[in-house]
Design a protein around this ligand. Structure first.
Ligand SMILES: Nc1ncnc2c1ncn2[C@@H]1O[C@H](COP(=O)(O)OP(=O)(O)O)[C@@H](O)[C@H]1O
Ligand SMILES: [Mg+2]
Length: 240
């Protein structure tokens, strides 16, 4: 049944309750994301893309059905277990970077490591490795306001990979960037996918951004439609 770190959604339904109304968002949805896939998710505003991303990342629970990652049913975990699971397995990338303005690039990237018991020296090594991986060595002492949008997003990506998670979830990661910076961020995501075998699930409105993924899915009326697997990016996946 796929590789160790595949993500499997089985008969997943998600509804929100608001006052006496029940809002159905996802209906009886099935999805398998194999380890190492770069999946793009598109769909109209309000179609449930962020909701689906949150389920995959263990930030929210399905109303019905199961989300199984790495053979573990996320729905069966306690709050403490799921928090720990997330911190070890998932890196988050947002549209507006979500950097802490009063912390330097180094300190922003170090944040997820403060939850671990790594030594200060090991934390420094890992932070510098992550900053190097996103092309920001030499910028570690800069504050977010001293960086361009594209550079801020690269700091956010370094923060997402510093714990070496198998999964990256990105919600409109290029939504606030100019075309050139967006292209650079997408190339970086492709490199993390191909070179480091990160599984990536990316929500995007941008058809050009979606072209960079290895698979494209559309959400519409609570269902996944129009599954499109590309082969043009398969080469290089096998490289370590
Ligand atoms: N916490 C929540 N409480 C109530 N309704 C919500 C909540 N989060 C999202 N929704 C509703 O679920 C639907 C899907 O939202 P979302 O997943 O954010 O869509 P998208 O990311 O595709 O724009 C929308 O109708 C939204 O209003
Ligand atoms: Mg959204």
């Amino acid at each position: 049944m796929g590789k160790e770190h595949s993500i499997e959604l089985r008969n997943v339904t998600k509804t929100y309750k608001r006052d006496e109304f029940t809002i159905p968002v996802l209906t009886d949805l099935d999805l398998v994301v194999p380890e190492g896939e770069f999946l793009a998710l598109m769909g109209p505003s309000g179609s449930g893309k962020t909701t689906l991303l949150n389920l995959i990342a263990g930030l929210d629970n399905a109303t019905q059905g199961s989300v199984i990652v790495h053979g573990q049913d996320l729905g069966g975990m306690s709050d403490g277990e799921i928090t720990r699971w997330r911190s070890e397995n998932v890196g988050f990338i947002f549209q507006l970077y979500n950097l802490i303005p009063v912390l330097t690039a180094f300190e922003n990237v170090e944040l997820p490591l403060l939850l671990t018991n790594l030594s200060k020296r090991k934390r420094r090594d890992n932070v510098m490795t992550a900053l190097r991986a996103v092309g920001l060595e030499g910028r570690e002492d800069h504050y977010p306001r001293q960086l361009s949008g594209g550079q801020e997003q690269r700091v956010a990506i370094a923060r997402a990979i510093v714990t070496d998670p198998f999964l990256l979830v990105a919600d409109e990661p290029t939504g606030d960037l100019d075309r050139k910076s967006a292209e650079e961020i997408l190339s970086l995501l492709q490199q993390l996918n191909k070179g480091f075998n990160k599984t990536i699930v990316m929500v995007t409105h941008d058809p050009e951004a979606a072209q960079r993924a290895s698979r494209l899915l559309h959400l519409d009326k609570g269902k996944l439609v129009h599954d499109e697997v590309r082969n043009n990016l398969e080469e290089g996946v096998a490289s370590s």
